[in-house]
Ligand binder design. Structure first.
Ligand code: OXD
Ligand code: MN
Length: 588
């Protein structure tokens, strides 16, 4: 019997079933009873551990295989027909060759297992932004997580109708062999295939694979943008809300900025911050000529370590119910969760992220994996924006780029115009984090924070940014921030977290012509007295230091950018070459 009313979905499912040969097939309708049954099943097999249901109602702990704890960029592929369409920042393989390899791996991979068919929507079902996907998976962890991260079930099938198009996503856990692990996007075929992983970033196919890699490709065809950006609204004492988006590389504080609590002085005046999204923004030009943003997701897949009542009260609050934790420590004394940075009192009777006995007071090893995560419903967040579900999205006043730079980048600067802003995004660089496998703390160029997520040639992507600028009559202004400058002892100089509000205030004032700026070789910077330092212990001299531009360091950076740009050959837009020349001239 056909599983859905959509002929295209049914035809594809027939193919998949013939390939993976499951024992059973189950359609996920989104019914709570069904989700509860699957959760109970995961508990009975040990896939989930039930947490304290009084303190953490609806919360469970999941552990992924110790060899499978982060996105695997080396095993992530963009399989466009032509290699040059994937570009130098992506792994590529001929699509037919890749499929031949994958078909062997998928063949019979669900024998004796249940295959779940999960219809999901990125963005509110039926909205002008919405795009639909079907993920086939043999993992209950995926089903439950996707139900938190996206909108799933029958309403999606209803919206798809009898022959609507969708993104095909096929995930099989197989045997988690890291040597045969593949995360593959076929952008020209609206298809994603993931095998031999059970870690969120590799298997929740709506997120990075669809909402960034496939969507960035679609955005280029359809004149919109899919970006690795948080979206937040700042409400001023007059009740007016102004929105910014910000692109930072993985694990550089997007979730913290998106849920920021303004310093006391601001709160007393009536300032509020509203979170629209913490990781992904889809951007379209609105009828009014402004750029409008939605968060296509429905939940947060946040990094747990470092999240505390102090660093991010709102994120922590969001994880207190109906949340799935992955690879955090388990406090056996009351079946709650713990991670480094949660508080200063680690549990003594605990299990570490691998389930080994762990005493937080005496152990020299970490209790939680550095990339351990919480998967929490967006609506749990105390500062979730009233506009979160608005199908039109929110109008964007500023786009902010940023990274983790110990020295070069100042606290904040503004680009001279859109083209210069695209240049600023293209030269983004950051010290690597635990969100992807590989060495941590190494400087790498990460244009627009999209290096691991752009579904096509990065040179064409930059051109798309430049072209989009021409389609937006009322362009957002573009900025760069760096919260991570350090002193000679390696301590962060800027307090960060809630105090980042002080920088956001300046940024928004710039967008509405409410403050002047000084010209520097790299762009506009604040006059130090225009950043409100009241209530901090940052002195004006320290702020001046944070805003300083060291020309020697910047010339080193220019040399590094020149090397980096060489990889893009004749796909490097001339406008960006010009901008680099201008920067060089300004620094000389
Ligand atoms: C994420 C990432 O999980 O960027 O958001 O790795
Ligand atoms: Mn991310």
């Amino acid at each position: 019997m056909a599983l859905t009313n959509n002929v295209k979905v049914n035809a594809w499912l027939d193919e998949v079933i013939a390939l993976v040969k499951p024992e059973k097939v189950e359609l996920i309708t989104g019914d709570q009873a069904q989700l509860d049954r699957l959760t109970a099943e995961a508990v009975s097999t040990g896939e989930f551990i039930t947490l304290n249901q009084e303190k953490l109602p609806g919360c469970y702990l999941h552990r992924s295989d110790p060899t499978d704890v982060a996105r695997v960029e080396a095993r992530t592929f963009i399989c466009s027909k032509k290699e040059e369409d994937a570009g130098p920042t992506n792994n590529w393989m001929d699509p037919e060759e890749m499929k031949a390899k994958l078909m062997k791996l998928y063949d019979g991979s669900m024998a004796g297992r249940t295959m779940y068919v999960l219809p999901y929507s990125m963005s509110v079902v039926g909205s002008p932004f919405a795009k639909y996907g079907i993920e086939v998976t043999d993992s209950i962890y995926v089903v439950i997580s996707m139900n938190i991260m996206t909108r799933v079930g029958q309403p999606v099938l209803d919206a798809l109708g009898t022959d609507g198009d969708f993104i095909k996503g096929l995930h099989a856990k197989k045997d988690l062999d890291p040597e045969e692990r593949y995360i593959v996007q076929f952008p020209e075929e609206n298809t994603i295939m993931s095998i031999n992983s059970g870690y969120g970033g590799n298997v929740l196919l709506g997120k990075k694979c669809f909402a960034l890699r496939i969507a960035s490709y679609l955005g280029r065809q359809e004149n919109w943008m899919a970006e690795h950006m948080l979206i937040l609204g700042i409400e001023n004492p007059q009740g007016e809300v102004r929105y910014v988006t910000a692109a930072f590389p993985s694990a550089c504080g997007k979730t913290n900025l998106a849920m920021l609590i303004p310093p006391e002085g601001y709160r007393n005046k009536g300032y509020k911050v509203w979170c629209v999204g913490d990781d992904i923004a889809w951007l379209r030009v609105g009828e009014d000529g402004r750029l409008w943003a939605v968060n296509p997701e429905n939940g947060f897949f946040g990094v747990a370590p470092g999240t505390s009542a102090k660093s991010n009260y709102n994120a922590l609050a969001a994880t207190r119910k109906n949340t799935l934790f992955t690879n955090v420590a388990l406090d056996k004394s009351d079946m709650t969760v713990w991670w480094e940075g949660l508080n200063k009192t680690p549990p003594t009777n605990a299990e570490d992220w691998q389930g080994r006995p762990w005493n937080g007071e005496t152990s020299t090893e970490k209790g939680a994996h550095p990339n351990s995560r919480f998967t929490a419903p967006a609506k749990n967040c105390p500062c979730i924006s009233p506009e979160f579900e608005n199908p039109k999205g929110v109008p964007v006043s500023a786009i902010i780029f940023g990274g983790r730079r110990a020295k070069t980048a100042p606290l904040v600067y503004q680009s001279r115009d859109w083209q210069h802003g695209v240049f600023v995004g293209s030269i983004m660089a950051s010290e690597t984090t635990a969100a992807a496998t590989g060495a941590v703390g190494v400087l790498r160029r990460d244009p627009m924070a999209m290096r691991p997520f752009c579904g096509y040639h990065m040179g064409d992507y930059w051109q798309h940014w430049l072209d989009m600028g021409k389609l937006i009559p009322n362009q957002p202004k573009i900025f760069n921030v760096n919260w991570f400058r350090t002193d000679d002892e390696g301590n962060f100089i800027w307090p960060g977290f809630g105090d980042n509000m002080r920088v956001l205030e300046w940024i928004l004032k710039r967008c509405f012509d409410e403050v002047d700026a000084q010209e520097t070789p790299i762009g506009y910077e604040p006059y130090p007295t225009d950043i409100n330092l009241e209530g901090t212990d940052v002195s004006l001299e320290t702020l001046e230091d944070l805003l300083s531009v060291d020309k020697d360091l910047w010339m080193e950076d220019v040399a590094n950018i020149e090397e980096f740009y060489k990889d893009f050959g004749d796909k490097l837009p001339a406008a960006l070459k010009d901008e680099l020349e201008t920067l060089k001239k300004n620094l000389a």
